[in-house]
Design a protein. Structure first.
Length: 267
């Protein structure tokens, strides 16, 4: 069952890959001052006795993330935001979860909690906790967007997948959102709603409630995560944000030509 759950999560992640979003390899300069390097952390579950196993099969932690090189304020600004995604994911959905100062500290706590759970419930089939995360970089002329995918399983019926897509100005490390590139907010929201209905195969006459979505008073709302790619925006509704778990992560693509947008390269 655990293997099946992990496989399903990876399928969700694979289906969510954005066109034009290439996995980062080695060190890749975006301009003269901004270069990413890979950072990989793998910790197999201590119950794993087969050296050929991977985290997906046996449980444990696998984090493949990108880090901006250098000690500049730009690097620090971007790295802090990127790390915060996985710090929050490792802490779990509990709002009272402890705040971690580093990925290493969060991983240590995750493993400690896993050991405590296994000691308390030694017969549980959910003993092999799993956390898998991966970054990939989307390149624009003056903006870099990092797609972050995190899957965690800590017992129960299923795991949880979280997607984040923070975007930054390559020259300064400042965050960039859709509002910075859109000249007409109402036009953006209207275009996003049309794209959402197309993606979910809803007609203009269908209600959200009938289709299984949780938009309050049938009023469409934008997701918490909106990424920026070379061809447009990516609206990501995480699990439980507007629909049941079975709907998975909902991805809606919105090309720049769907609305009046200032070209990212010009800002």
């Amino acid at each position: 069952m655990l293997r099946e759950l992990h496989h399903s999560a990876l399928v969700i992640i694979a289906l969510a890959v954005v066109a034009g979003c290439n996995s980062h390899e080695a060190t890749t300069p975006l301009d003269r001052t901004l270069t990413f390097r890979d950072s990989t952390l793998t910790v197999m579950a201590d119950t794993c006795t087969d050296s050929s196993c991977i985290v997906e099969d046996c449980g444990g932690i696998s984090i493949d993330r990108v880090i901006v090189q250098g000690d500049s304020a730009v690097a620090s600004r971007i790295n802090t935001v990127l790390a915060s995604t996985y710090l929050a994911a490792l802490g779990g959905p509990n709002p009272d979860a402890p705040q971690f100062a580093s990925i290493g500290e969060a991983v240590s706590m995750f493993l400690s909690q896993q050991a405590a759970f296994r000691k308390e419930m030694p017969e549980s089939a959910s003993g092999d906790w799993t956390f898998m995360a991966r970054d990939s970089v989307v390149r624009l002329d003056s903006i870099v967007c990092v797609r972050q995918l995190a899957y965690s399983f800590t017992g129960g019926a299923h795991g949880n997948t979280v997607v984040a897509m923070p975007a930054f100005r390559a020259a300064t490390g400042e965050r960039v959102t859709w509002r910075d590139l859109t000249t007409d907010t109402n036009a953006f929201i209207a275009a996003a709603e049309r794209a959402f209905r197309r993606t979910t195969q809803m007609s203009t006459r269908d209600t959200y409630a009938k289709a299984g979505f949780w938009f309050e008073n049938e009023r469409f709302t934008l997701p918490n995560v909106i990424g920026i790619t070379p061809t447009g925006y990516v609206l990501m509704y995480n699990q439980y944000e507007v629909a049941p778990y079975s709907y998975g992560v909902i991805e809606v693509r919105l090309p720049f030509d769907s609305l009046t947008t200032t070209q990212p390269s010009s800002k």
